[in-house]
Design a protein around this ligand. Sequence first.
Ligand code: NAD
Length: 414
Amino acid sequence: MSQDRSPFDIAIEQFDNAVRYLDIEPGIADVLRQPKREVTVALPVRMDDGSLRVFTGYRVQHSVAMGPSKGGIRYHPNVTLDEVKALAMWMTWKCAVADLPFGGAKGGIICDPKTMSRDELERLTRRFTAEIAPVIGPMVDVPAPDVNTDAQTMAWIMDTYSAHAGNEQLAVVTGKPLGVGGSRGREEATGRGVMITAMEALRARRMDLTGVTVAVQGFGNVGSVSARLLQEAGATVVAVSDSCGGIYCPSGLDISDVLRHKAESGSVVGYPGTDSITNGEVLEVPCQVLVPAALEKVITGRNVDRIQAEVIVEGANGPTTPDADRVLFDRGVTVVPDILANSGGVTVSYFEWVQNLQAFYWSEEEVNARLRDYVTRAYREVQAVAEAKGVDMRVAAYIKAISRVVQAVTLRGV
Ligand code: NAD
């Protein structure tokens, strides 16, 4: 698949790849090839210098067959409607494979948050919320953080939506700060899901994490938490990287100390006693488990032959291209696909929504135990499909997800 394909084209191809294994009425497949609703809004915002700027925002709801739609809001200069549509469709499959009672959605604003003040971002967020308020809600569509949005952004959305509704609506967004209805365990949830799926993938190969060597690309929320939890579970993390480059130490890194080094110096690079390597080399070091947790399209036809890992757990969204996927499958490498490997985040978002609706809050131990149940069950269901149909875990995850959504669409009727 060429690098210049649009994200929505890729999403459709992935859907069609799985649909050929399913006996679906063509009309129902057509329903799922398109988003249910696309909203584009113009957002006038008074800037700190007194000027007025108009931003463009989107909210796309792909499917609500399984329940209210769910998906993050991204602030980035490169946001396009096409990308938001693809991300919304991927959320439908991610929620379905995790068996959450949600459909898929995504939102975005074309802006460069790195050049905007906190006040400007707050005004932009509140205006966006007011404009999409008619199409979101705890039982309608529930946003969450994504690239360049965080718990504070979610608190502003919740506050603005509640002010418009005239009453408290904590469950309108997830990923909120703990003080206003956030869930314990949410920050670690995606990395914890990566750790659990890595364990499951190894279990299927009659291995466990003890002494297994791991490399992690990306040392942000997903990458650093995955690295730390994998190490705590007994693995030896031999390489990590961030946008400045990577570090390699065959005898293993102390991840807590690397985190401290990054907090002090701004990067993992320069950590004492390690070799400096590039971000590309992190993927190719000798290791048994590889966790790409930074960017999309990093494992491609160009580098796949140099990748040594037996198990690849996709913390990031879309790190492996389809041509590389085929090579890895033929070589017997287990690739745990993004919609399964990083579903821990949306699973704990679901728990946050449940806690908000019940106004009853769980301990971190309860959150983590339930997360483990959900992710383990999802993994084993996908693995059973992969074995039964002789397909890779990605196609199997899509088959499982699409079957669930199609069943819901069919039961509801048109
Ligand atoms: P983040 O911003 O916290 O971390 C990203 C990391 O990638 C940083 O360490 C950054 O330095 C590094 N990076 C940036 N450019 C790089 C490059 N060229 N090479 C190597 N590293 C580079 O983001 P995150 O929340 O950890 O998200 C990472 C990926 O996981 C994204 O694909 C995201 O969509 C996906 N994801 C995140 C969550 C979540 O809950 N945070 C959930 C599902 C999927």
